[in-house]
Design a protein around this ligand. Structure first.
Ligand SMILES: NC(=O)c1ccc[n+]([C@@H]2O[C@H](COP(=O)([O-])OP(=O)(O)OC[C@H]3O[C@@H](n4cnc5c(N)ncnc54)[C@H](O)[C@@H]3O)[C@@H](O)[C@H]2O)c1
Length: 390
């Protein structure tokens, strides 16, 4: 299926600064179908383009991004599956993906309740087709033909739990679902949300290796919520416009393995040592902040759905051939001596085109980097051993 959607040019007032974010001002696009114009609310506006490697050449990247955006068009519609679509994250995420003009078909898969979610979302007057699938027997139909598979299936944390406490249940769920991906849509990009991401990404990779379908460019742990939170907290603290702030977050996705590089914040911001310490610790514990506030009713769902929709859209924009799409993601990496690590990744028609370096980091950030490595190594090894049946 193919569609042509021309983006509305952004206003000159907002273009120069926000051009870093490849589409944040584009809230509406129009699509002409059978001589009828349908206005679509677009959830584009998420992916940020940052300068490669050192993140220091921001100005030139901004110019490239502005140029590419003004001519952006959607030339393809993609089939996307959400596995765990009836859950706390799955439902709002599915809604956001239903609103995305790059999606032509949205397959909602879960072990229960997807027919209802699909019927509900099917009444949205956005062009994509929605289908609901329940249980193992329907996994094949859900996955066949997918370009992108997003996995939020599994149990969430309760107060007092770490993400690693979820391993016993979620590791098996991710393994089984990835075996399905290897069989039914081996070329799809896989966005893994299920925690502990630091272990579930290596599990997915091992499943694909065993099936002979592993492509490191297509297995991505979703750490976007850490970036979204960092951007929000910094903007709030410094009184900046939310849409202008970009903080790269590297490492992994659990506690101290989450390392925001506040020194590389865009726009350039001065922080006191106390502010850096407080922000770093808050960002590392932000998930727990939500878990405690929900008091047993789960972990972040709405902010996670927003973050996953941004990540999913960035992947689709890359597949669609757009230039300058970057997201931080936990991927197979040679940036450090760890086999998986999150840094900014350049996305393209084949998934991750380039895993960027971490750029110049401060002594403070380097201290955290050394602290996080043993924990992250342990989580990665735990995932690899689980996949090997050890
Ligand atoms: N990466 C992140 O930043 C991040 C943030 C928040 C939560 N999470 C993780 O996302 C996961 C989901 O969280 P939630 O709040 O949506 O949980 P939830 O319990 O509300 O939803 C999970 C859904 O997964 C489904 N499910 C369970 N087993 C399945 C299987 N084998 N196949 C398909 N679906 C299955 C359940 O039926 C349920 O609908 C958790 O692991 C949570 O820790 C990740």
């Amino acid at each position: 299926m193919s569609a042509l959607i021309q983006s509305t040019p952004i206003t000159a007032r907002t273009a120069p600064v926000a051009a870093r974010k490849s589409h944040s001002q584009k809230t509406l696009v129009s699509k002409s179908v059978a001589s009828k114009t349908i206005r679509l609310s677009s959830f584009e506006g998420f992916s940020k383009a940052a300068a490669p490697v050192s993140f220091s050449a921001r100005a030139s990247t901004r110019r490239q991004t502005a140029a590419s955006r003004s001519t952006m068009s959607v030339t393809a519609g993609f089939k996307v599956a959400v596995l765990g679509a009836a859950g706390g994250i799955g439902q709002p995420l599915s809604m956001l993906m239903k609103m995305n003009p790059l999606v032509s078909e949205l397959a909602l898969y879960d072990i229960a309740n997807t027919p209802g979610v699909a019927a509900d979302l099917g009444h949205l007057n956005t062009p994509s087709k929605v289908t609901g699938y329940v249980g193992d027997d329907e996994l094949e139909a859900a996955l066949t033909g997918c370009a992108l598979v997003i996995i939020p299936a599994g149990v969430p944390r309760k107060p007092g739990m770490t993400r690693d406490d979820l391993f016993a249940i979620n590791a098996g769920i991710v393994k089984t679902l990835c075996e399905g991906v290897a069989k039914y849509c081996p070329d799809a990009i896989v966005n893994i949300i299920s925690n502990p991401v630091n272990s579930t990404v290596p599990i997915a990779a091992e499943v694909f290796k065993a099936a002979g379908t592993f492509d490191p460019a297509k297995v991505m742990g979703v750490t976007t919520l850490d970036v979204v939170r960092s951007d929000a907290f910094v903007a709030e603290l410094k009184g900046l416009d939310m849409k202008d702030v970009d903080v790269p977050v590297i490492g992994g996705h659990a506690g101290i393995t989450i390392l925001p590089l506040l020194s590389q914040t865009t726009p350039s911001v001065e922080f006191s040592d106390e502010e850096v310490e407080a922000l770093t610790v808050r960002i590392q514990n932000a998930g727990t902040e939500v878990v405690e506030a929900k008091a047993g009713a789960g972990s972040a769902t709405l902010s996670m759905a927003y973050a996953a929709a941004r990540m999913g859209e960035s992947c689709l924009r890359g597949l669609n051939g757009e230039a300058d799409i970057y997201e931080c993601s936990f991927v197979a990496s040679s940036v450090t001596d760890l086999p998986y690590f999150s840094t900014k990744c350049k996305l393209g028609p084949n998934g991750v085109e380039e895993v960027m370096g971490m750029g110049e980091i401060t002594e403070y950030e380097a201290g955290w980097l050394e602290k996080l490595k043993p924990e992250l190594t342990g989580s990665i090894e735990k995932g690899i051993k689980f996949a090997a049946g050890e």
